[in-house]
Design a protein. Structure first.
Length: 453
């Protein structure tokens, strides 16, 4: 049987279509919202993943005294520095701000004139994005969000599916709440409404709400119904969830590995960077096999892990890091590949991968990675900040002994306490005054080497 896969100061620049002549893009990329649930799936968590756009540059005013010419045909004594001085061409200090305010007004007026729900929805999304970087105590932020919410409500009432879905995600994210409260009671009905208009993401969100009791009562039968609706609309996340549910007998379903594998394969065919989970699950299944359903093929499993890792899926990248470090799944040990895949996973926040890099930096790899106690400490610290018990213990040890960081016994004890609270036996022993024999410089290709790890 396969393992369960454990289940994410200035407004942005104006869109190009607001430049003259005015043209609107009816199909902009939508920001995606996700939410954390209590199940064990590695499904994305609720967050708004559209990144704030860069700050617009604002130039300081360089004023020329009234009546003074910067150049004249009668003045031929200018030197080269003066000829190259363009300070008089700089805009005023409020130029960027005024330009942006004018852009918003122009966008607003054109959105009203079109009476197109798609363009008006785009404008509402633009206003939300403009509001997000603004400090919460700035009234402009509240004004932008209020305007966006009002417009989205109007569009949702007219049956515009994307507006229903986007507004639901705003409520679920807590962005429209003064205290940042997740308003699933408002979000859930909007997801259901958008599902009626065949919105795949909305169907998936409604299913998650039913599964976890977010804004509604838990109802596994309804969850399955909405997952299947999303799956018929080719939603890879929904197909993955149905596959795992069939394989493991979840959501009130009887175990049916054969059907589960079919769903996983369908999800893998529709895989995206946001939903690479099915590829990883299929790799796990081919590692272990399911009698009469999935044959064991570790080489194929590795190829699947590579596919998922290339999409940035941290668990797959970490698994490959292990394979190339310890020679698992018929992989030849390869320090360069191991470090490469651990780095991919670590950059996506995988705490075990962060700690694995600690081990590599402690010993180094000739021609691949220079030994560095400082980097070892920093990666251990990153893993410890994600509450990995063995990393917390390691940071305590590094801090006590002075590996990659200045000795600080008091701080070391604090890390030992954290590790002990999270169940690390060595930390518990250390707090009891017992000395622990630790070798931080040994790594001979065995997972038991480098005992500080």
């Amino acid at each position: 049987m396969a393992q369960h896969v454990k289940t994410s100061t200035a407004p942005p620049p104006p869109p190009k279509h607001m430049e003259a002549p005015v043209q609107f893009n009816n199909n902009p990329a939508r920001p995606h919202f996700e939410y954390t649930t209590s199940n064990n799936m590695s499904a994305p968590s609720l967050s708004i993943n559209r990144q704030p756009s860069p700050l617009p540059s604002q130039h300081e005013t360089s004023k020329t005294p009234p009546g003074t010419r910067t150049s004249s045909v009668t003045n031929l004594s200018l030197n080269s520095d003066q000829l190259l001085d363009h300070s008089h061409l700089k805009p005023g200090s409020n130029a960027s701000l005024l330009s942006y305010a004018q852009t918003i007004n122009m966008y607003r007026e054109n959105a009203k004139k079109t009476n197109s729900p798609d363009i008006q929805c785009d404008f509402a999304i633009f206003m939300v994005e403009a509001a997000k970087p603004i400090p919460e105590d700035d009234s402009t932020r509240a004004e932008y969000l209020a305007e966006a919410e009002k417009l989205l409500k109007q569009l949702a009432a007219r049956g515009h599916a994307e507006s229903q879905y986007y507004l639901g995600n705003l409520y679920a994210s807590g962005l429209l709440s003064k205290k940042g409260k997740h308003e699933f009671d408002k979000a859930f009905p909007l997801f259901v409404q958008a599902t009626k208009h065949h919105h795949a993401d909305a169907a998936y969100r409604a299913a998650k709400c039913y599964e976890d009791g977010l804004g509604c009562r838990k109802d596994y039968a309804k969850a399955v119904q909405f997952y299947k609706k999303a799956a018929t609309l080719n939603h890879p996340g929904a197909m993955y969830r149905l596959g795992v549910a069939d394989v493991n007998g979840e959501l009130g379903l009887s175990k049916n590995p054969r059907d589960g594998v079919k769903w996983l394969k369908r999800s893998a065919e529709a895989v995206t960077a946001e939903y690479p989970h099915a590829i990883h699950e299929l790799a796990l299944l081919h590692e272990r096999g399911i009698p009469n359903v999935v044959f064991v093929d570790v080489q194929y499993a590795v190829s699947l892990y590579v596919q998922a890792a290339e999409l940035g899926y941290a668990p797959s990248a970490f698994r490959l890091g292990e394979c190339y470090e310890y020679g698992k799944l018929e992989c030849n040990p390869d320090p360069a590949l191991s470090i490469h895949y651990y780095t991919i996973a670590a950059q996506h926040g995988h705490r075990e991968a962060c700690f694995a890099l600690t081990a590599w930096y402690l010993v180094g790899s000739p021609g691949v990675l220079p030994q560095s106690d400082e980097d070892a400490y920093l990666w251990a610290r990153r893993a410890a900040e994600k509450e990995l018990p063995k990393a917390e213990y390691a940071v305590g040890y590094f801090t006590e002994v002075g590996i990659g960081v200045t000795k600080n016994p008091a701080e070391a004890m604090e890390w030992y306490k954290k590790a002990a609270q999270h169940g690390d036996k060595r930390a518990i022993q250390r707090l009891q005054g017992k000395n622990i024999e630790t070798n931080t410089k040994k790594k001979n290709g065995s997972q038991e080497d480098c005992t500080i790890m």
